[in-house]
Design a protein. Structure first.
Lengths: 123, 201
């Protein structure tokens, strides 16, 4: 595929330069761009996924002709990624979504809950 | 696939044993993704629950974190070159680039230990609050993986000196390179979702 005696493979060099550039871009987006917080979070997480892709495909021989694509068990890797996404998003959804540290608005609700708990306390 | 050795292609893939070892290691990495995702989920849920301890934005320093990120990114790159040298049959090239990788990895660890000491000094310890517990568990688990990787690579370098490049040793070096790149993947997400978001929010 490539010349035999290249000291540093082009693919690795491109991947390395790209990861450094994406890291700096993410740092700038987070601290220097002045975008709204939600946009920053979406942007830098997207950059992180791209950078993870660079590691997996350009460094980890996931698509390599001469080793038959590195014998990567794609179905299992996909299960790993999907499980990871469900765990993180699901935990945030169930534990944090709609939750507020500000208890003033929920004062009324909390009193009701406390009363209910007190009623059930005797059981 | 027969059990006899192939005569061409990368050495680590020539035996059936080598191929299934690499396949097995990918399955292990799939499990590692899930392991780290539970730690990320815990961290995300406990984000902001700092109680009386300092907030992350007060302690995180962009400079230190960027240096750590560059050290690890560069080590991943040099590790890739080490495998490239191994594929050309160069024992010396493999050993040289792997030692450079290890030095960069040790530099990363040094910064991380300094960072943890600094935070503990400022009152952010493992016991300080739910947030800092989840932070130290997540970053600490990654740091532990780096430490194990360094020890593992040193043992492999000793084996390389004793036995040279065979189908067995090249398979072992290939697998540790996968492990090392994977640590970089995890760190990218720690850098982004812990440090950058911690400094922004």
């Amino acid at each position: 595929m490539t010349e035999q005696r290249k000291r540093i493979p082009v693919q690795h060099l491109v991947g390395f330069v790209l990861s450094i550039a994406l890291t700096l871009l993410a740092a700038w987006a987070a601290l220097g761009s002045g975008l709204p917080t939600l946009w920053i979070i979406i942007a830098i997480l997207t950059l992180a996924v791209i950078q993870a892709g660079i590691q997996l495909f350009m460094f980890m021989h996931m698509v390599e002709f001469k080793s038959q694509n590195g014998h990567v068990p794609w179905n299992m890797m996909l299960h790993g990624f999907v499980l990871a996404a469900i765990l993180v998003a699901g935990s945030l959804f169930t534990m944090s979504f709609g939750f507020s540290h500000d208890h003033d608005e929920e004062d009324h609700n909390q009193h009701e809950q406390q009363e209910q708990q007190e009623q059930h306390g005797g059981h | 696939m027969s059990s006899h050795e192939l005569q061409s292609g990368p050495m680590e893939y020539r035996t059936e044993h080598g191929q299934s070892s690499i396949l097995g290691f990918w399955i292990f990495l799939g499990a590692e993704i899930v392991l780290f995702s539970t730690l990320f989920a815990t961290y995300a849920v406990l984000f902001g629950r700092t109680a009386d301890s300092p907030a992350p934005a007060e302690l995180f320093e962009l400079e230190t974190v960027l240096i750590m990120t560059f050290l690890l990114l560069t080590s991943s790159f040099t590790c890739g070159i080490a495998v490239h040298e191994m594929r050309h049959g160069s024992v010396k090239g493999l050993a040289t680039w792997l030692i450079i990788t290890l030095i960069l990895g040790l530099g990363f660890l040094g910064f991380e230990i300094y960072e943890f000491f600094h935070y503990a000094h400022e009152g952010a310890t493992l016991q300080a609050s739910a947030f800092w517990s989840s932070f130290f568990t997540l970053a600490g688990t990654h740091g532990l993986h780096v430490t194990v990787g360094i020890g593992w690579a040193i043992l492999l370098l000793i084996q390389l000196a004793q036995r040279g490049l065979t189908t067995v040793t090249s398979r072992k070096f290939f697998i540790i390179s996968l492990y090392w790149h994977f640590l970089d993947v995890v760190w990218i997400f720690i850098f982004t979702s812990v440090y950058l978001i911690g400094m922004v929010v």
